[in-house]
Ligand binder design. Structure first.
Ligand SMILES: Nc1ncnc2c1ncn2[C@@H]1O[C@H](COP(=O)(O)OP(=O)(O)OP(=O)(O)O)[C@@H](O)[C@H]1O
Ligand SMILES: [Mg+2]
Length: 241
C-alpha cells in the first residue's frame, strides 16, 4: 500500500511538567481536508509546530510520503511540501503584499525569476488579494491580513497546507470566503489541515474531523459523527451529555 501523504505517529510533546501533546497519531491523503477542533490550550498549535518543525517532540515521528522528516529543520520541511500559516500573522509590514508573497515563493518554493512572479500572482488571485498587491502589508485590515497569511503559505507550493485559525475574528460572510478558498485548494489536490474554532466554517469543507482535548485525541472521523459524539459535546462545546 502506498504511504499516506502525511503521517503523524505517536507524537508526544512536553513543556516542563506539562504534556501538551499526548501520543497523537493521524494520517492524511492528498485532497483531504482535516478539521481540527479543541478548546483553548488543547495543543492544536503545538501539533502544527511539531509537523512544521518549529518544535521538536519528545517522542514520535512525522512522515511525508513515507519519508521520516522528524529531524529536518522547518525550511527543509517547507521545501519538501509542508506549508503553514501562523495563528498570529507576522508579515513583513514594510513590504508590499506582492513582495511578501514573492519572498515566500522565492525562499519557500525555491522558484526563481519569472516562475516566482507567476506563482505570486497566482496565489494573490486565489486569495483575492490581487487588487491590493501594492499595498503595504502593515496597513491591511484583519481579513486581508488573514488572506495574506494564507497567500504566503500557498506561495511555498505546499503538498500539505496547515492553517491555524485563519477564520478567527472574521464576519460570517468573510469566513465563507475563506471556506471557498480552502475548497479551491482542496480541488488542486493539496491536503489541508485546518485548526478552527469557527465550527460551521470547518464543517462546510472538512472531509474528516479530529478533536483534541488536553493534548490527546478525543475523537476522529466523519465531521457529523464527531460533532454528534457525546464526548465532544461535553468537552468541546461545554454541553452536558
Ligand atoms: N513554548 C511554550 N512553552 C511553554 N508552554 C507552552 C509553549 N507553547 C505552548 N505552551 C502550552 O501548551 C499548551 C498548548 O498550547 P497550544 O498553543 O498548542 O494550544 P492551542 O490548542 O493552539 O490553543 P488556542 O486555541 O488558544 O490557540 C498550553 O497550555 C500552552 O500554554
Ligand atoms: Mg493555537
Amino acid at each position: 500500500m502506498p504511504s499516506p501523504l502525511v503521517e503523524v505517529r505517536n507524537v508526544t510533546k512536553r513543556y516542563g511538567a506539562l504534556t501538551v501533546t499526548r501520543d497523537v497519531s493521524f494520517s492524511l491523503e492528498a485532497g483531504e481536508v482535516l478539521g481540527i477542533l479543541g478548546p483553548n490550550g488543547a495543543g492544536k498549535t503545538t501539533l502544527f509546530n511539531v509537523i512544521s518543525g518549529d518544535v521538536a517532540p519528545e517522542s514520535g515521528h512525522v512522515l511525508l510520503s513515507g519519508v521520516d522528516v522528524t529531524k529536518l529543520r522547518p525550511h527543509e520541511r517547507c521545501r519538501r511540501g509542508i506549508g503553514r500559516s501562523y495563528q498570529i500573522a507576522r508579515p513583513f509590514g514594510g513590504l508590499t503584499v506582492f513582495e511578501n508573497v514573492l519572498v515566500a515563493a522565492l525562499f519557500g518554493a525555491q522558484s526563481a525569476g519569472a516562475d516566482a512572479n507567476a506563482r505570486a500572482v497566482d496565489v494573490l488571485d486565489l486569495t483575492g488579494l490581487r487588487s491590493k498587491a501594492n499595498r503595504l502589508a502593515g496597513g491591511l485590515t484583519l481579513l486581508d491580513r488573514k488572506r495574506l497569511e494564507f497567500a504566503r503559505a500557498m506561495a511555498t507550493d505546499p503538498k500539505v497546507l496547515l492553517l491555524d485559525e485563519i477564520a478567527g475574528g472574521l464576519t460570517e460572510h468573510e469566513a465563507a470566503e475563506v471556506v471557498a478558498v480552502v475548497r479551491s485548494i482542496k480541488e488542486r489536490g493539496i491536503a489541508v489541515v485546518w485548526i478552527e474554532h469557527v465550527v460551521h466554517a470547518l464543517v462546510a469543507v472538512a472531509t474528516r474531523m479530529l478533536v483534541l482535548a488536553a493534548g490527546a485525541k478525543l475523537a476522529e472521523g466523519d465531521p457529523k459523527d464527531v460533532l454528534a459524539s457525546a464526548d465532544v459535546r461535553r468537552v468541546y462545546m461545554g454541553i452536558e451529555a
